[in-house]
Design a protein around this ligand. Sequence first.
Ligand SMILES: Nc1ncnc2c1ncn2[C@@H]1O[C@H](COP(=O)(O)OP(=O)(O)O)[C@@H](O)[C@H]1O
Ligand SMILES: [Mg+2]
Length: 306
Amino acid sequence: MTTFSSVDALIDALRAAGYFADRRLATAVFLALKLERPLLLEGEPGVGKTELAKALSVVLQRQLLRLQCYDGLEQREALYEWNYAAQLLHMRAAQAHLEAGPGDAVAQVEREVYQDRYLIRRPLLQALQAPAPGAVLLIDEVDRADEPFEAFLLEYLGEYQVSIPEIGTVRAAVKPVTILTSNRTRELNDAVKRRCLYHWLDYPERDRELAIISAQVPQAPEALAQQVADVVTRLRSLPFSNAFQRAPGIAESVEWAKALVALDTLVLDPEVMTDTAGIMFKQREDVAALTTAMAESVLQPPQADA
Ligand SMILES: Nc1ncnc2c1ncn2[C@@H]1O[C@H](COP(=O)(O)OP(=O)(O)O)[C@@H](O)[C@H]1O
Ligand SMILES: [Mg+2]
């Protein structure tokens, strides 16, 4: 497996893959790799949780396996299921043989339907069985799944193994690098947290936001990219319960920079801000809340306190 001699080496590798990590995040990732522990990333939507797992699979040169969680997600979509249709065909083909054959032929056919070729592997099992150098397993938005599903994950998270009744215990050949993300729509089970290293991922500070915008929208003039980073950072620092319902994420600031370039904008003004509010905000009330007066105030450079 690709290893990193230091946190700085990891920061550089991630940057080369297009991901800008601050030191605290990189330290958490570095430790998760060194200690071979799953890493739980919590944070607001759009702060770069999913993207980190993608970037990590690139720098580690491991395949990315992704399990998107949702309400009602079941084990058979996460781990494995049997190819029922193929099993039925197998039984039918064996039927003639059964009718003629000895008594124990029935048991034989029953065993045969649990052969490897009738097993459909889902991301967790794929991750455990991935050949060297192993996989990166992203268990995305685990807060959307329900509590029984979290309980089901415990064996995997604690021991990198799962128990399958018909097969036995499947243990990881190479421990998958495992990233869990949560948008914190609900509190996760303590048992899950205990098995993971934890990192709260915040919005980037202004300079990192600027670096991301400049990297992803190289056609944006430097002055414009700076303005976008300033405005987005200020919008996020407003007391949101009063002003907006949901702050713009990094994807929104990148989109906004692209839109401004498409409109040939060189310098932000309140009018272009309100005209393009739908790119930064995805809630009707928030779009309406970005009034000209509000736009004017966030465009002002912050006043130095006297
Ligand atoms: N640190 C970062 N470096 C580069 N791009 C980033 C970073 N964080 C977020 N992004 C960009 O923002 C987008 C949204 O991030 P994403 O990982 O989907 O957020 P989350 O999973 O936290 O909701 C990504 O597609 C990526 O383009
Ligand atoms: Mg995500």
